[in-house]
Structure formats: structure tokens, C-alpha cells
Design a protein around this ligand. Structure first.
Ligand code: GLU
Length: 545
């Protein structure tokens, strides 16, 4: 037995399967030409990132537009970072946003022919390929302790050399087999390192689906493949997984660009076909005139939970992310206002590789548009579902009379210039509260220009002349008459020109009625509101006022 075979047996005697076994078990997928197989590989840290969704949309679109497959793989190799319930959190977040997986980890049980889809359950698979690398002389055990590595680093700093485990610094690279045996027998912990033949001065070319051909320095570091507990690092795990799961496109954040040379080196060494890497730009925001990265600490909108709690419709988030992802999406939407979002043809070519700007104001705008295009009946259902969880009291009011609630959703939405009053469920809850006697309250002040006496007089005359059978114009004419009678200008511009001649204008007079009826100085059409809340509730509010 040669040294490498002996070493492989020593380290991985318990591994009985060969790589061929797995190659056969997970054959090439039988898919049409050009079909994309993609995935997301979130780590269960308890925080689901907007970036996870951003990347998921890309992978999902590429896969499903091409008749390929899309799956969810849980990358749980870092037990230290994992928190209880985190896997369920990722799954439910993706489910909430309507990301459709064909296979992978799922709440109802994992499914698919390329599993297991949780890395910790794949230990033997990784070790099988690790064994193969040891046999080929491409991997070796390293016994260096944290302390030794730290000292090495300090020395490298003082000598102004590159950090890391390479060349003469790679102390365990050529340990004699006997020494390895003894140290293992003595129970010394070790990691498994890759033996790199790369040279920093060499350049490699890697094609990136978003960035085009990249020229990178070859990897020359003996990086870690398996940690001391036999669990792989991300580098090794994803290479084995994406190969065996037959991934064609790896969509992930640009933070992985730095270690991309390691990844392609592994693909090449193992004789695997490289996938197309697609590195997405980091999400940025404007902050006081400068662009900066979204931060977990400062920006709640970075967490997916935020959108659910604030009550944004998941498709509004999709729709907005597509505007960020593809420069031609907005134009398409303008031309196809009612088309289902999946009709849009997403392409990597239309993606920008520089920082993607997340603009919350723009997002809210998109959200208003999306809700405007949504039928009242659907808004009712989605809103009610949110309320049930986040505001049970208002839920009771809102669902008391479905017909009434659908009507209030639709106020002002159907004219030639429809109002875009609704942004999110949280905002809708505030916005619609005045329609219900139980949640109606005075929020704004009455206009200053109208004295207390005049206010009472306006109310008195308004109630006296009000007729439920008046149409909008007749109704408003009566307000104009009150305005003129009481010494206010019927045309606001007359008041502007001659402020001394009037007490105020028609807008002050309507504002008095508006505040009394809605509690606010800003509201949809008052005549419509009177008809919705009904004459008796209308009279009650004015009398109370
Ligand atoms: N587990 C990696 C992360 O959470 C996934 C990167 C990838 O998709 O390959 O960043």
C-alpha cells in the first residue's frame, strides 16, 4: 500500500462507499437542453436576510423559466452559529414570499432525489470525497493548534508576509506517516487540509453569469476541508453538494468572490464540471447623501421578518426586487400593468454588478401600485389574515361586515385618477381606522382660521341642509353656500389675493367637516365617506364634534 492509500485508510477507515457510488446514486438530471438547476443554501442563523430572498428570486426565475429545478439546501455546518428553530424560520420565510422549490428541505418533510438536503446529514458523503483527495495526495491532516496558528500569523505580520497556511508555513504538509499515526493514537485533534499546488502569481479565468469573465489569482493556500469534528467547511461542502445535486448555476452574494479561486480549484481537482457562478451585488441604501451597505444593526428592512410584521404584501416585495434586479422590469410593468409577474422574462444580462440600491421610498411606491392593482376582495382576505395575527381587536371590527370593509378599501380607487392610499397592512390599519366608530378618533387639529363659534355654526348649517339624496355636486354646492354666507371665500385664490376681505376660504370650511368626520385634515372624498358610514353615523360624529 502506498503512503497515501495507507493514510486515507487511517483517517477514513469507516468510509466504505466510493465516489462512484454517489455519482451513480445522483446521476445527471434528465432535463431539457439549457435548463438551469439552482438553489439557495442559507445558513440557519436565526436571521433571514433580504439577500436570501434576492438570490432566491434569481435562482427560482432562472430555473423555472428554463424548465429546470430549484431547491433549498440547509447549510448547517456551523453548529456554533445555529439557533433553535432557525431552519423552520428560513423555510417559513421563503414560503411566505411564495418561493417555489421543487425539492429540498421543507416543513412538511424534505423531498427530492438528490438529498439529504441538510449538510449535517451528509457527513459520510463529504468524507468519501475527502478520502479520495487524501488517496490522491491532495489532502492531509494538520495538527496545528489555535495557538500555533496565532503565533504564525503574528510572525507573518511582523515579516510583512501574506497570512495563511502555505509553502514553508504549512508545517504539517509532509509529516511522516508514523508521526501522524502516533499523534492520532494520542488523541490529538486535527483538521484536514487541501494541498494546494497553486501559485499566487498565476492567474485563472472564471466566468461569472453576472460579471462576465473574471481574472483571479490562483489559490496557493492549504485551506481547511474538514474541521476537527469531521464536518466540512463551506468551501468543501458546497462544492460536493453542488456537484452531486447537479447544480448548474450557483447564485450567491459577492462576499464569496474572495474565495472563488478555492472553489474552482476544488471543482477542477475533483474532476467536476464547474457550475456557473453568479455573484450578486451587495444591497446598499442611501444614508444622508452617501451609499452604504444595509446593516443588520441599523436597518430593520434587511431582515425578511420586517416585511411580514409591517404587513407588506409578499408580491410587492417581489415586484420591487425585480425592479432592482432587472433594469427593464419597470418598462415591462408599465406596458403590462395586469400581467402576472412570472410573465416577465428575467435575465442575468440585465443585472448590474455594482451595488444594488434598496430604496425604501421607492419600495413603498411599488407597494402602493401593487395594492392598487389588487382587487378589494383579495385585499380583504390578505389584510384580514395579517390582522388576525398582528391586531386581533381590529380584526374583529374589520371582519364584522365584509361588504362594508370591501367598500372602504375601494374608496377613491376606481376613478380616472385613482388614489393610492394603501401601502402596507400596518399603514392600512391606521388609514382605515376612522371608518369604524370604535377606532375613530380626532387626530388632527381644526383649521386655525375658523373660530369656535364659526365651527359650531358650520356644523349646525351642515346638518340642517344635509340630504342623503344629494349627489356629490349638490352636496358640495351646499358647502359653498355655507362658505359664502359666513364670510369665507368660495374660491381659495380670492382669499389668497384679498386675505383681509374674508375669514378664510372654502377649504377651511370643508376642512372643519372633514376633521369632524374623519379625524383628519386629509382623507378620500367626503361625500363618499358620508355614504359609506351612513347618515346616522355621519350625524352622530358632527353632533359630537
Ligand atoms: N451558506 C452560504 C451563506 O449563507 C450560502 C452561500 C451559497 O449560496 O453558496 O452565505
Amino acid at each position: 500500500m502506498n503512503k497515501n492509500t495507507e493514510l486515507a485508510e487511517l483517517l477514513f477507515g469507516h468510509i466504505t462507499e466510493s465516489p462512484e457510488y454517489y455519482e451513480n446514486k445522483y446521476p445527471e438530471r434528465n432535463l431539457p437542453e439549457g435548463a438551469v438547476v439552482s438553489r439557495i443554501g442559507p445558513s440557519p442563523t436565526g436571521f433571514v436576510h433580504l439577500g436570501n430572498l434576492y438570490n432566491a428570486i434569481i435562482g427560482e426565475r432562472l430555473a423555472h423559466q428554463s424548465g429546470g429545478a430549484f431547491f433549498l439546501r440547509v447549510e448547517d455546518t456551523d453548529a456554533k452559529r445555529e439557533v433553535e428553530g432557525a431552519v423552520e424560520l428560513v423555510i417559513s420565510a421563503m414560503d411566505f414570499f411564495g418561493i417555489k422549490f421543487d425539492e429540498g428541505a421543507a416543513a412538511s418533510g424534505d423531498s427530492g432525489n438528490y438529498g439529504p438536503y441538510r449538510q449535517r446529514l451528509r457527513k459520510e458523503i463529504y468524507q468519501c470525497y475527502a478520502k479520495k483527495l487524501v488517496e490522491a495526495g491532495m489532502a492531509y491532516p494538520c495538527f496545528c493548534t489555535e495557538q500555533e496558528l496565532k503565533e504564525m500569523r503574528e510572525e507573518q505580520i511582523s515579516k510583512k508576509l501574506n497570512f495563511g497556511y502555505y509553502g514553508e508555513w504549512a508545517k504539517c504538509r509532509d509529516l511522516p506517516l508514523d508521526e501522524i499515526k502516533t499523534r492520532i493514537e494520542n488523541g490529538e485533534p486535527y483538521v484536514l487540509r487541501f494541498r494546494s499546488n497553486g501559485d499566487e502569481k498565476n492567474h485563472i479565468e472564471v466566468f461569472d453569469g453576472i460579471r462576465g469573465t473574471l481574472k483571479l489569482s490562483e489559490n496557493y493556500q492549504d485551506f481547511v476541508l474538514l474541521k476537527s469534528d469531521g464536518i466540512p467547511t463551506y468551501h468543501f461542502a458546497h462544492v460536493i453538494d453542488d456537484h452531486l445535486m447537479r447544480t448548474t448555476h450557483v447564485v450567491r452574494g459577492e462576499e464569496w468572490l474572495a474565495t472563488l479561486p478555492i472553489h474552482v480549484q476544488l471543482f477542477d481537482t475533483l474532476g467536476f464540471k464547474r457550475p456557473i457562478y453568479c455573484h450578486t451585488a451587495v444591497l446598499m441604501k442611501m444614508d444622508g447623501g452617501t451609499k452604504r451597505k444595509l446593516s443588520k444593526r441599523k436597518d430593520p428592512e434587511l431582515g425578511l421578518e420586517y416585511y411580514r410584521a409591517e404587513g407588506y404584501a409578499p408580491r410587492a416585495v417581489w415586484e420591487y426586487l425585480l425592479t432592482v434586479l432587472n433594469s427593464n422590469f419597470e418598462e415591462w410593468r408599465a406596458e403590462n400593468p395586469d400581467a402576472p409577474i412570472d410573465d416577465f422574462k428575467f435575465t442575468l444580462e440585465k443585472m448590474s454588478s455594482s451595488g444594488a440600491l434598496f430604496d425604501i421610498m421607492k419600495f413603498e411606491d411599488v407597494s402602493r401600485e401593487v395594492l392598487l392593482r389588487t382587487k378589494a376582495a383579495d385585499i380583504y382576505d390578505e389584510f384580514a389574515e395579517w390582522l388576525k395575527e398582528y391586531d386581533p381587536e381590529f380584526y374583529t371590527l374589520f371582519t364584522r361586515d365584509r361588504e362594508y370593509s370591501e367598500k372602504i378599501i375601494d374608496v377613491g380607487r376606481n376613478g380616472a385618477r385613482p388614489r393610492k392610499d394603501l401601502t402596507s397592512w400596518k399603514q392600512a390599519r391606521e388609514f382605515l381606522s376612522f371608518y369604524f366608530p370604535e377606532t375613530f378618533k380626532l387626530e388632527d387639529e381644526y383649521p386655525e382660521r375658523v373660530s369656535d363659534e364659526d365651527r359650531k355654526e358650520i356644523f349646525r348649517r351642515y346638518l340642517e341642509t344635509f340630504d342623503i339624496n344629494d349627489d356629490n355636486q349638490q352636496w358640495f354646492q351646499k358647502i359653498r353656500d355655507i362658505t359664502a354666507d359666513m364670510g369665507y371665500a368660495v374660491k381659495p385664490k380670492d382669499f389668497k389675493k384679498n386675505p383681509d376681505m374674508y375669514k378664510g376660504s372654502v377649504s377651511d370650511v370643508s376642512s372643519v367637516i372633514r376633521v369632524a368626520l374623519t379625524g383628519r385634515t386629509n382623507s378620500p372624498d367626503l361625500w363618499e365617506i358620508c355614504h359609506i358610514i351612513g347618515e346616522s353615523e355621519m350625524r352622530r360624529r358632527i353632533e359630537n364634534a
